[in-house]
Design a protein around this ligand. Sequence first.
Ligand code: TYD
Ligand code: MG
Length: 452
Amino acid sequence: MKSKTVFYCTECGNESPKWSGRCSACGAWNTMVEQVERSTKGGRKIPTVVAVKASPITDINTSDEIRFSTGMRELDRVLGGGAVKGSLVLVGGAPGIGKSTLMLQICRQLGEFAKVLYVSGEESAHQIKLRAQRLNAESENLYVLSETCLGNLMESVNAEAPDVLIVDSIQTLYNEELDSPAGGVGQVKDCTMALMHLAKSRNITVFVIGHVNKEGSIAGPKVLEHMVDCVLYFEGDQHMTYRILRAAKNRFGATNEIGVFEMMDHGLKEVENPSEMLLSGRPEDAPGTCVTCVMEGARPVLAEVQALIAPASGSNPRRTSNGFDYNRAAMLLAVLEKRGGLKVSQCDAYLNIIGGLTLDEPAADLAAVVAIASSYLDKTVPSSMAAMGEVGLSGEIRSISHLEQRLSEVQRLGFTKCMVPASRSREIKPLPHLELLPVKNVADALRHLVHG
Ligand code: TYD
Ligand code: MG
């Protein structure tokens, strides 16, 4: 058996034939680890293609791509309209975010037409049973195995011949033929490759759970992302109940769809109307809050921006922002001071996005400016008013993308007025019951705020 030594960076997964103290790709120190890679063993490597012949694109049959519903519409949506048979989907997310819950929850529905094997290296069969009972996920077609060894997993797949395989998690799985610890880059990569091969050769749909580390990559090996068919990230604030599922990569569909869930006592509930949920409990007639519409993938979602501006207690005003870029908030405060004539530089300023949402779109600027001004002037923003637009350094309100889609969401949720960039207001088709308030600059926005 031939073996060659390879070094991997545990941060970025970069491979190198030589060890070095610093990774040449990502520049991280002391992250190169040795990995003995065996070139042939047990025939698990992807076999060479038998007939090497290219075919005209018009002759390629796409109907062999078989999709099936997972029973969760939000998950189907992110997958591009259901799971594809023989594909490998990586479900990433921080520990405790709800990955195991999501996967176990789809088992009952899948069990109606498919045989599912759930392999967990994190929990015992007993624990899985208890959780499945709680989630009402039990099915005669759901087989459970508590196992961390890749060889045993393969054996079980041979014995059970499942249609769907769920592996929880890739970090606990290890190949006994490699002498590195489970969770290491080499192991994670090798096991994923084996599962990928399994998916393709047996036409099994494989879901693999992967924990994400602090930096946001799936525990070091970004390598996994390019190996698999589909990468989904499960995100959300652990203290908040709602979770967003996003596709970072999808070989069988677009990546601009998101799925929204809420974590309840009995598992995850699909949220078909995220805007409604984010706006629930909104204070009526309180100054310092303004609603905007952001694009979460291809989906418009309404979000509430809250600001609190109070005279600074010391000589250094305090600034915090939650869910809104700090530097962007500082810039908006400066624009308000200079172009809007509000003396906010002497004030403490707190900016918060309700629901643990993070707004990283400039389209939310105008709502932030309106919320800040509303708090400073102690003037309520009418609860039926929303605002969207990017704010430039000279205080001008600039155009934003997907304006029509955003406006229909605003209208759907019963808003009757919306501030929009003046440059675009003429080209927008009028929407019933929604009055557009064109604003050219920050001063215009303040005028609407003061005069209603
Ligand atoms: P889990 O799916 O175990 O997370 P992961 O697999 O991503 O590490 O979810 C764990 C969290 O979800 C835990 O903090 C408890 C909470 N939870 C609920 O609130 N309700 C439920 O019905 C379940 C199963 C979990
Ligand atoms: Mg788990």
